[in-house]
Write a protein that binds this ligand. Structure first.
Ligand SMILES: [Zn+2]
Length: 465
């Protein structure tokens, strides 16, 4: 594909919902047509994968071209098999300033579409026009990429060895790195993958979908097995999952994918990832700036600004009025907590086990306790967790077996006592629920939604019984 020159310039683009026209900066590179607000490439508005697409001249629009896409799928053949991604739009209408420009764009679009197939590529290679000096000029211009621009040099043996050691540590610490950034599946050094421009660790299932985003949005590497250069490791250190959540999920997604979604490679998981990284045109959950801007300087409440200290890779806090500097987030810099009117508090529903008869602590009663499988529901925007005999009962709107007001409740998290047993205890004003999640990923997913309601989480190994 490298021999097809890039092409870029202003085009007017017709909106999908309203038929308004907007001036956009278009970049055609490596079989993908992207468009930006302006030529500084600072805000990517959309990405149109050209694999399987076709173009035609639009007779109704002056100097118009229509790009018809078939699917969003452009994954490499070694990615796990899955059904193609649902296309968001099937026709994009653009218009050039002059007939000459329209001709050039039409020609370039056809070349890039051809380059997305092996046969098309062979035909293009044979074409002499590509050896013109102009082709090299296009090649030299780099397309700005999402996340951090990463180097592509090949690590030497020593460098790769040293970085292997670093990565081993990094996948464990901080612990968020050991849970897939998309679906929370637990991973270790041997099973983890990573996106080296986003600086996040992901599981193998999600890595397949990251690839289908295209390398301009996510560059996927295996943690164990690829030779890592120093620059890639530096990006992982600078970001890492914990920090990256702050940017990519600044506007809390209504629901996060689970291990089950990842195993099924279902549409929910794909849509979540495409929505998250702008695979459909806009980053749905990200902070309203570029990742590097968020990392380097973030305005907080009451005149505080958060900066990244390059040397220690730690955030520090600077007060503009007084010039004070703090390493810890000052209380007044925190956004005011308004639990009651958080509109996008995530909800969750799913199976968990609940310990019955947990009211008495005596040995006799403990013998009678057992784990019951129940269907738990925390509705979106609500603070009340209810449980039902089954999901059917919930769907039929039958009365819940029980409910707990989570506002003001406390949660004791228990370390894993047995293999695959993830427990926590929820204590509200009037009752106590001992709960058991099905696996670690499920446990973390519940923890995440409960944390948006309950701030009092206690790691308490003494709560064993
Ligand atoms: Zn995953």
């Amino acid at each position: 594909m490298a021999t097809v020159p890039d092409h870029r310039g202003w085009l007017r683009k017709q909106g999908h919902l309203m038929a308004s026209w907007k001036q956009r900066w278009f970049v055609l590179s490596k079989g993908v047509l992207s468009y930006y607000e302006n030529s500084s490439l600072s805000s990517l508005l959309g990405v149109i994968p050209l694999k399987g697409a076709h173009v035609e001249r639009d007779g109704k629009v002056k100097h118009g071209i229509v790009v018809h896409t078939t699917t969003h799928s452009q994954e490499p053949s070694d990615a796990p098999r899955r059904e193609p991604l649902r296309p968001l739009h099937s026709a994009y209408v653009v218009a050039a300033e002059s007939p000459q420009e329209a001709d050039t764009w039409f020609d370039m679009l056809q070349k890039h579409i051809a380059s997305t197939t092996a046969e098309g590529m062979a035909a293009l290679m044979a074409s002499a026009s590509l050896n013109s000096p102009r082709a090299n000029e296009y090649k030299a211009a780099a397309v700005k990429e999402q996340g951090v621009a990463v180097s592509n040099y090949k690590a030497g043996t020593d460098e790769a060895k040293r970085n292997e050691m670093k990565l081993m540590k990094l996948v464990k610490e901080p612990r968020e790195n050991g849970l897939c950034f998309e679906c929370s599946t637990p991973m270790d050094f041997r099973t983890a993958w990573a996106s080296i421009n986003l600086g996040v660790f992901i599981c193998i299932q999600c890595s397949g979908i990251h690839r289908s985003l295209g390398v301009h949005l996510s560059k996927v590497k295996m943690v164990h097995g690829d030779d890592w250069n120093d620059d890639w490791v530096a990006v992982m250190e600078r970001w890492g999952n914990a920090r990256a959540y702050g940017y990519w999920e600044a506007l809390k997604p209504p629901q996060r994918p689970t291990l089950e979604d990842a195993m099924a490679q279902n549409q929910f998981l794909k849509d979540f990832i495409f929505n998250k990284y702008g695979g459909f045109g806009t980053r749905r959950f990200a902070a309203p700036c570029e990742p590097h801007e968020w990392l380097e300087c973030l305005r907080l409440e009451a005149g505080w600004v958060r900066y990244l200290d390059e040397a220690s890779n730690q955030f520090y806090f600077f007060h503009e009025g007084s010039g004070k500097t703090e390493w810890e987030l000052p209380d007044e810099a925190r956004p005011a907590e308004r639990l009651a009117d958080v509109p996008n508090r995530p909800g969750r529903e799913g199976w968990m086990e609940k310990k019955s008869g947990g009211h008495s602590g005596t040995t006799k009663f403990k013998m009678m306790q057992k784990w019951d499988r129940r269907y738990f529901v925390l509705p979106k925007g609500s603070t009340v967790l209810s449980y039902y005999t089954s999901d059917e009962d919930f769907k039929l709107k039958l009365e819940a077996l029980g409910s707990v007001e989570c506002k003001g409740a406390r949660v004791f998290l228990k370390g894993v006592t047995k293999e695959d047993e993830y427990r926590f205890t929820l204590v509200s004003k009037d009752r106590e629920l001992k709960l058991r999640a099905r696996n670690m990923a499920d446990y973390h997913a519940w923890k995440t939604v409960l944390e948006s309601v309950i701030t009092d989480f206690v790691e308490d190994p003494s709560q064993d019984d």
